[in-house]
Design a protein around this ligand. Structure first.
Ligand code: ZN
Length: 242
């Protein structure tokens, strides 16, 4: 099965459409949370995802707009965009977000937004943080988002060591027998210095995955954000990939 793995769409429909056009054929979408927040088109992104067979887990921004996380947990601009998003949500979008679970297990894969230890909130930024995560899930691979940056953490067979690595674009990487935690990067707000939308394709028959990046019209998304009064800092960072 060919799976399109997306994370942190953040209501950026232009980025999501570019990814869907670039991905070619796939059987299903797996979404790793933060579908909404920051971007100008939350309802449209949920509707677009609903056009495809997909599985999704919840992110911290998805919970914040539902009122399940205190807004004080967010910086002022993130809070402003979450409050704006809350006002925009249609009843259908709201119930879609309400039904998302924190963790999903599909065959050899565990899906969470943050980490298997703390699915909605923990950021896996370092080897030390990743190392602690391996005992909190049972499958071979765990897919995470939340940091908006690609990374592959792998545990050594004896469980003692953990490594962090990156992989080039559009090159299939084999998932061997080691246990890995993989972040596909962000569709709607990359934070690794590259403003292009980041995503991943997974082939569960060949047990390979492939990173991909695709450009989209950042200025068009910024124009939409400006039109609805979303914070300037969140508009500007899209052009920088930060
Ligand atoms: Zn996010």
């Amino acid at each position: 099965m060919r799976i399109l793995v997306l994370s942190d769409i953040h209501a950026n429909l232009d980025a999501l459409n570019a990814v869907l056009a670039d991905a070619g054929q796939f059987h299903i979408v797996w979404s790793l949370g933060d579908i909404v927040g920051y971007g100008p088109e939350p309802n449209q992104c949920i509707a677009r995802l609903n056009e495809y067979e997909h599985l999704a887990v919840v992110g911290n921004h998805d919970w914040a707009v539902l009122g399940k996380i205190e807004m004080t947990e967010f910086n002022p601009d993130a809070r402003r965009s979450n409050l704006w998003t809350r006002e925009q949500l249609t009843p259908a979008s709201r119930s879609y977000l309400e039904e998302l679970s924190e963790t999903r297990v599909e065959g050899d894969f565990t899906l969470v937004h943050g980490s298997p230890r703390d699915p909605v909130w923990e950021y896996l930024l370092s080897v030390d943080e990743a190392k602690l995560s391996f005992s909190y899930y049972d499958t071979a691979v765990c897919l995470v988002g939340h940091t908006h940056a690609r990374v592959i953490f792998c545990a050594a067979a004896d469980g003692g060591q953990c490594t962090a690595s990156r992989a080039p674009d559009r090159v299939p990487i084999r998932l061997d027998n080691s246990r890995c935690i993989i972040n596909p990067g962000a569709v709607g707000q990359p934070r690794d210095g590259d403003p292009r939308a980041s995503y991943m394709l997974l082939d569960t028959e060949l047990m390979t995955f492939e990173y991909r990046r695709v450009s989209y019209e950042v200025s068009e998304t910024q124009r939409k954000m400006r039109a609805v009064g979303l914070p300037r800092s969140n508009r500007m960072r899209l052009a920088l990939g930060w």
